[in-house]
Design a protein around this ligand. Structure first.
Ligand SMILES: Nc1ncnc2c1ncn2[C@@H]1O[C@H](COP(=O)(O)OP(=O)(O)OP(=O)(O)O)[C@@H](O)[C@H]1O
Ligand SMILES: [Mg+2]
Length: 252
């Protein structure tokens, strides 16, 4: 069964068709790459998928539920979670609290019970701590749990952002250039982390990335866009040798 089903998705900014009849279907536990030159429309697709933008045309179904017109926070509850091209952590919060904030989104208690610290609140709070620590453990970040997010090295901040996205228990994880700004060793580590996430958390992943070694190394299937339109689809081997893709990346 497909987790994500996108049909004829389009958005226009003034005279620019940033995304033009984009189609995509992502199955359970699949790892799909979304690549294309700068300005091709990749991040805009994520913004459409997460409800930041409303499409001018087309449909998006998450687990058979249409997300069109829904708020980003409601789309998270439907099972999709993302990271951003530029890191967006709560810099002055601890590593642990960054995860807990995300987890709170789906916690089963309200504002009133959090003020009066009801029994239910305490149980949920203990559970949040537990889950957050488990996530940090998986990402080798537990020893940094009390550090401020801003004091982590860059590669670890990126990891924390992914861990935080997983705290909402998504069925599909959207990663926007997770390797951007990483050194080769950090990228290597990230590659292992993404593989681990897919297996351990049983999620589908849609990955935007410019690092071709990473994309070709882990994606099962790749979709290539240019000027908002799909120009190629296939497995890494097919994409690497596709002449439209080579042309889009290298120019004429
Ligand atoms: N809110 C907006 N208003 C107007 N134009 C926009 C808006 N958002 C994106 N665009 C334009 O849409 C096009 C696609 O941008 P997008 O950020 O999706 O590209 P991208 O594929 O993510 O590129 P990169 O690899 O550089 O991150 C660009 O021409 C961009 O300037
Ligand atoms: Mg982008």
């Amino acid at each position: 069964m497909s987790i994500l089903e996108v049909k004829d998705l389009s958005i226009q900014f003034g005279g620019l068709k940033a995304v033009d009849h984009f189609n995509l279907s992502v199955d359970h536990n699949e790892l799909v790459g979304l690549i294309g030159p700068n300005g091709a429309g990749k991040t805009t697709i994520f913004n459409l998928l997460t409800g930041v933008y409303t499409p001018t045309e087309g449909s998006i179904y998450l687990n058979d539920v249409s997300t069109i017109g829904k708020r980003p926070s409601d789309i998270v509850l439907l099972g999709s979670s993302r990271t951003f091209q530029n890191i967006r952590l709560f810099k002055n919060m601890t590593v642990l609290d960054n995860i807990k904030v995300a987890y709170h989104n789906r916690m089963d208690y309200n504002f009133v019970s959090s003020i009066f610290k009801t029994k239910k609140y305490k149980i949920e709070e203990a559970r949040a701590n537990e889950i957050a620590k488990e996530l940090l453990e998986v990402f080798d970040l537990l020893e940094f749990k009390d550090h401020l997010a801003k004091n982590l090295p860059y590669g670890k901040q990126r990891k924390l952002e992914i861990a935080r996205a997983l705290a909402t228990n998504p069925q599909i994880l959207l990663l926007d250039e997770p390797a951007a700004g990483m050194n080769p060793q950090e990228t290597e580590e990230l590659m292992a982390t993404i593989k681990l996430i897919k297996n351990q958390f049983n999620v589908s992943i849609l990955l935007i990335e410019h690092d071709m070694k990473l994309v070709m190394g882990i994606c099962e299937r790749i979709v290539v866009i240019d000027y908002g339109k799909i120009i190629a689809k296939g497995n890494p081997k097919e994409i690497r040798t596709n002449k439209d893709v080579i042309k889009a990346y290298l120019g004429e």
